[in-house]
Write a protein that binds this ligand. Sequence first.
Ligand SMILES: Nc1ncnc2c1ncn2[C@@H]1O[C@H](COP(=O)(O)OP(=O)(O)OP(=O)(O)O)[C@@H](O)[C@H]1O
Ligand SMILES: [Mg+2]
Length: 400
Amino acid sequence: MAPKKKTGDEERRPILGRFSHNLKMGIVGLPNVGKSTFFNTISKLNVAAENYPFCTIEPNEARVPLPDERYDWLCEAYKPVSRVPAFLEIWDIAGLVRGAHEGQGLGNAFLSNIQAVDGIYHMCRAFEDDEVIHVEGSLDPVRDLRIVADELRFKDLERAQRALADAQARLARAGQQAPKELRLEDETLQKVIEILEKEEKAIRHHNWNNAEIEILNRHLFLTAKPVVYLVNLSERDYLRKKNKWLLAIKEYAGEDPVIPFSAALEAHLVDLELNDGREAMENYRSQQGIHSALPKIIRGGYQALNLINFFTVGADEVRSWTIRRGTLAPQAAGTIHTDFERGFICAEVMHYDDLREAGSESALKAAGKYRQQGKTYEVQDGDILLIKFNVTSQGAKKKA
Ligand SMILES: Nc1ncnc2c1ncn2[C@@H]1O[C@H](COP(=O)(O)OP(=O)(O)OP(=O)(O)O)[C@@H](O)[C@H]1O
Ligand SMILES: [Mg+2]
């Protein structure tokens, strides 16, 4: 069977956002909705995931292991000396209030934190608790989601207007000689303003063409970032899978994913694991019929950022690597080591699904599913790679 080939230009559509393999999610929402409770819980997952020695990077930055049964299976199959899962980086961001774009609350400092992340966990509060103060005075998650979304939109509008003024000044100076690029920038920014101001829509919800996406990626607007909605429920509502706001929240979210969870319950489970051990926690969980929402939340963030995994396997190490969807084999190899990219010759590729089906590497090879791929191969989620490279004969000379 011919391998899935992806070389045509039509398929290499640019993605909105920064091109990097090191993308971050930020937790955003009104004050007191449960952001830090959630953040502290996921930070502890690092401690709970015994075999990686940490950790919160900064008090408000955490690297969370990606739950992935493919990785677990590979570790079981190869029984390597060392195992390194993939991680998702998550930032806790202080609560935003109405008027932030005009400097209310932490205002611009808050917004620049959002500027630094690539995707947003937009958290809202759907739990009743008279002891926890609500900044807006009453419980209404859809109103709260709108407040935050509007602040981001207003900030984008302000930036787009400034960028447009700048582009138009350059256009005027260039006169007849204005390059096509500059005209396109002008048109795209006008469209951005129309969408934000007239349609009151987020930039990510418009269907942009490739040239426009490239321009937007120079600005990295806040409402262009992917959003995953996290609905923080009471333990009771989460367990009975009922909450009166959920339907309206889903309606508001449209195509963006919505994940109901309970920060209080997740905190409880992680503490149980840290105090009494994993087994005790798992026992409690299965007795009570509780499913943690954390794996879904972490994978949801990963998907929103368009991140995928490839693996390297062997007796020494099984490791899961993170790349952005659309990455070609040499650049994927470069995440392992820059020499691998510089001296890339080819990649030997088997897919996790094929390995799982065949049962062993030799059976997979016998079935003709072990392939050699060149520089134009787009790495697929679940590929297992062995990189062939030669630094001395290639890159080193080229560099000289
Ligand atoms: N699902 C829940 N059910 C009940 N109480 C909760 C739930 N989630 C969080 N809380 C409580 O809500 C309060 C506020 O939570 P937290 O400090 O995490 O909010 P925050 O969003 O980080 O606020 P800030 O923006 O001010 O930093 C805490 O007392 C926390 O215990
Ligand atoms: Mg907080």
